[in-house]
Design a protein around this ligand. Structure first.
Ligand code: ASP
Length: 345
């Protein structure tokens, strides 16, 4: 990487993912390799007028193996280097990128610098790779400033010409280069000949405050996706899970669920024991509106919390972090119900 001393500096943090993978000659499977390989394939990033530095996880991860400990390490690297760099690029596997970007958005309170996640669908060494463009533009966005201030001081995902808010993004294609979308929030920027920023919808801090990193997660949570024919024993097993504190129910449409008595009784019993239930729609776009139909009215009355238009990825990371950081169920419920990092409308 270049060591040129210039005004703008970006730290690239490589966690793993397809962008830096090669085929294992023995098994034929894709496995992550070291960071040097990536920069070898994009020598042009050395020509930037920025100061670029990189740090790599060791070992690097396929993102299916990412967990809260990795988010804590990642946030720690950003915190340690926060004053030295103007922006951060996180290279990450696409599979769980939306979870990690969501988690970081909640962990990094008072963020006032860009943290841009990117990766690729094809390894950077392949001729048709999407990794080169993703990496180059992510660096440019992490470095972008207007009047000396960062243009996008948020945790974002940049992928296939689109910049979206991390906690609004979801992976929707395992095939296309256009792998992510942001169903309920407009793009923060689009890259064509120029990078066009949608500054009217980017979150800017009211005041620059010291970065505060929240790093306690509690994974006593579960996601229950509803489907017609849901088995009673299964629901009982989930709500009866030892130690379970928070349950996300992925409901139909605008937050609807069956009105079977046993189902509602189970949810009510879980809430009575101090559990928190968060209602998140399994629809790709749109919002939960509890009370709109009879099939959500009783849940509302029982104290189920509306996830409004939050993504599943943001809901589970937010719930784990709030449960980890706050002792009281009331506080968790209060913070779940309102946006804390632009994750819901
Ligand atoms: N399995 C890979 C990962 O998420 C896929 C990718 O990077 O696109 O790490």
């Amino acid at each position: 990487m270049t060591d040129r001393k210039n005004e703008t500096s970006v730290l690239i943090i490589y966690t793993g993912g397809t962008i830096g993978m090669v085929h294992d000659p023995e098994t034929g499977s894709l496995i992550p390799i070291d960071f040097k390989h990536i920069t070898d394939h994009v020598p042009v990033i050395g020509n930037y007028g920025f100061e670029l530095h990189s740090v790599s996880f060791d070992p690097v991860k396929d993102s299916s193996n990412i967990d809260p400990d990795i988010w804590i390490r990642l946030a720690g690297i950003i915190e340690e280097n926060y004053d030295r760099f103007d922006g951060f690029v996180v290279l990450h596997g696409t599979d769980t990128m939306a979870y990690s970007a969501s988690a970081l958005s909640f962990m990094l309170e008072n963020l006032s610098k860009p943290v841009i996640f990117t990766g690729s669908q094809l390894p950077i060494g392949l001729p048709r790779t999407d990794g080169r463009e993703n990496l180059i533009t992510a660096i440019e966005i992490a470095a972008a400033k207007k009047n000396g201030n960062p243009i996008v001081p948020e945790v974002c995902i940049y992928f296939d010409s689109e910049l979206s808010r991390g906690n609004r993004t979801t992976k929707f294609s395992a095939e296309h280069f256009d792998a992510f979308n942001s169903p309920n929030y407009p793009l923060l920027a689009e890259a064509g000949l120029h990078i066009t920023y949608n500054t009217g919808i980017i979150r800017y801090p009211e005041k620059i405050r010291k970065l505060k990193v929240h790093r306690k997660f509690d994974n006593n949570v579960a996601i229950l996706k509803l489907f017609p024919g849901l088995n009673r024993n299964f629901v009982k097993a989930v709500t009866g899970t030892a130690g379970l504190k928070g349950l996300i129910i992925e409901t139909f449409g605008s937050g609807n669920a069956p009105t079977y008595k046993w189902f509602l009784d189970d949810l009510k019993a879980f809430i009575r024991k101090g559990g928190i239930i968060f209602n998140v729609t399994q629809c790709h776009g749109g919002s939960v509106e509890m009370g709109l139909y009879e099939t959500s009215r009783e849940m509302l009355a029982a104290g189920v919390i509306s996830g409004r238009d939050i993504t599943s990825e943001a809901s589970v990371t937010k719930l784990m972090l709030l449960l980890g950081c706050h002792g009281s169920a009331e506080k968790v419920a209060e913070m779940l119900a309102k946006p804390i990092a632009g994750e819901m409308s």
